[in-house]
Design a protein around this ligand. Structure first.
Ligand code: LLP
Length: 429
């Protein structure tokens, strides 16, 4: 077993996801190839379910982490709702068999058309992020003849102590409504005929590895609930967002059940233990369930750096380029003790110096070997692009010893889809 990856292990010298040997799988399907463990996802979900046992709670998987239909189906069948941020994500939930009534719609920039689509589908709640959005949603709801269930995303101004690009609950962030404006915004929402106030929500950031920001945010949100209800506006549910981190490089985030034990104790002490709860975890449900297999194309020794050039790149695994993020990189075939390790920068074929997957990694590899990039279940495929006209990778969902291809690799035809050449202009005489 690899530390932090209970469903990924070496067996007979090759890396396996559950009982599935990755070497023949990658030979058969080609690389780069994403492989996910269903059991790992369900185990991560079970930690939350244990934490909420006996409570009135709805887990809404934040599908931006990985929105592949095969992954969504796992969570839909396990009874999850979904946190979405676009009409495209709603379409994916419905295509995967998710229930619209368990969908919450977050995001600072919902369009009128997206609001209409979501209202007509009958989603459970809009997490409204600004006063202007409230007015627009009211107008759309009145014209659609469907009352919009709303929660207001408050910004608790708590520092989640994570990467600045993924911290969202501070005053300087674009997300949520400022603490000071919350009551006035609720009063306005309650007065609008197209809206039905159902809850309150917050989300303070992502890859959070400490308990304290959650405890602080909970206090701030509960203070607001008291103020809002004292003003005569009842709130059916409280949504604490997502953000729990995973182990990328020896990180030690709390387990979901341990964290929620503490949070629920606080909730009980403050008299909100019976309230309906919602949460929106993404990364912690899928991040360490996935790997990306890539083949070494060339090794390129240099005076300052040695490069290990692989066939996966920043278009497949954008996190290192975007956030200097660390992903473990391990060989698929365990190297023999006689093979010499060399320190490499593992880089992709994209024409940018930012196209690296790992820096200063000791590896005993040669061209043709396969490597596995770890922690690739979250924010990899869902952020993948076709940059450099590279086909997006295939994806496999492993269930025990069975490997289901849940997305085929983009074809060259796929890369050209939707584009139209204007009629060729005549060359001047
Ligand atoms: N709810 C809301 C409103 C969110 O904005 C997010 C993530 C989540 C829930 C889920 O957060 P999680 O449990 O996954 O931390 N691309 C970045 C992460 C961006 C997170 C955006 N919002 C990365 O690769 O680290």
């Amino acid at each position: 077993m690899l530390p932090g990856h209970p469903y990924i292990h070496y067996s007979n010298g090759t890396l396996h996801v559950e009982q599935c040997d990755l070497a023949p799988l990658a030979n058969q399907l080609g690389t780069p190839l994403f492989v996910y463990s269903k059991a790992s996802m369900l185990a991560a979900l079970a930690a939350y379910q244990r934490g909420f046992a006996g409570r009135n709670a709805q887990i809404c998987y934040a599908m931006k982490a990985n929105s592949t239909l095969g992954v969504l189906q796992v969570f839909a069948q396990a009874g999850c709702g979904f946190d979405i941020v676009s009409a495209g994500e709603l379409a994916r939930v419905l295509a995967a068999g998710g229930e619209a009534s368990k969908v919450i719609f977050s995001g600072v920039g919902k369009t009128r058309a997206e609001m209409r689509t979501a209202l007509e589908a009958g989603i459970g709640c809009f997490n409204v992020e600004s006063e202007a959005e409230l007015e627009v949603l009211n107008a759309v709801a009145l014209s659609t003849n469907v009352r919009a269930p709303v929660s207001i995303r408050v910004n608790p101004n708590v520092d989640p102590q994570t990467h600045p690009y993924i911290s969202t609950g501070l005053k300087g962030n674009k997300f949520g409504i400022a603490h000071e404006r919350t009551l006035a915004t609720y009063q306005r929402a309650a007065s609008l005929p197209g809206l039905h106030v159902v809850g309150i929500d917050c989300h303070i950031g992502s890859q959070i590895t400490l308990e304290s920001p959650y405890l602080d945010a909970m206090d701030r949100v509960l203070d607001l609930v008291e103020t809002i209800e004292a003003a005569g506006i009842p709130l059916e549910h409280i949504d604490f967002g997502g953000g729990l981190g995973i182990n990328y490089q020896g990180d030690t985030p709390p387990e979901a059940d341990a964290l929620w034990n503490k949070l629920l104790t606080k909730l009980d002490v403050r008299g909100f233990g019976k309230r309906k709860l919602m949460i929106e975890p993404g990364r912690s449900l899928v991040g360490n369930a996935g790997v990306c297999i890539t083949e070494v194309l060339y090794t390129k020794p240099g005076e300052q750096k040695n490069f290990c050039i692989v066939d996966a790149a920043m278009n497949d695994l954008p996190r290192p380029a975007m956030y200097q993020a660390y992903h473990g990189i391990v060989p698929v075939q365990q190297s023999s003790a006689t093979q010499q390790e060399v320190v490499y920068d593992v880089v992709g074929p994209v024409c940018e110096s930012g196209d690296w997957l790992g820096r200063d990694r000791p590896l005993a590899v040669q061209a043709g070997d396969q490597l596995a990039v770890l922690s690739a279940g979250a924010y990899c495929m869902s952020m993948a692009s076709n940059y450099n006209a590279r086909p997006r990778a295939a994806e496999v969902l492993v269930d025990g010893a069975t490997a289901h291809v849940v997305r085929t690799r983009d074809t060259l035809q796929d890369l050209l889809r939707g584009e139209v050449l204007p009629p060729a202009s005549k060359t001047p005489d």
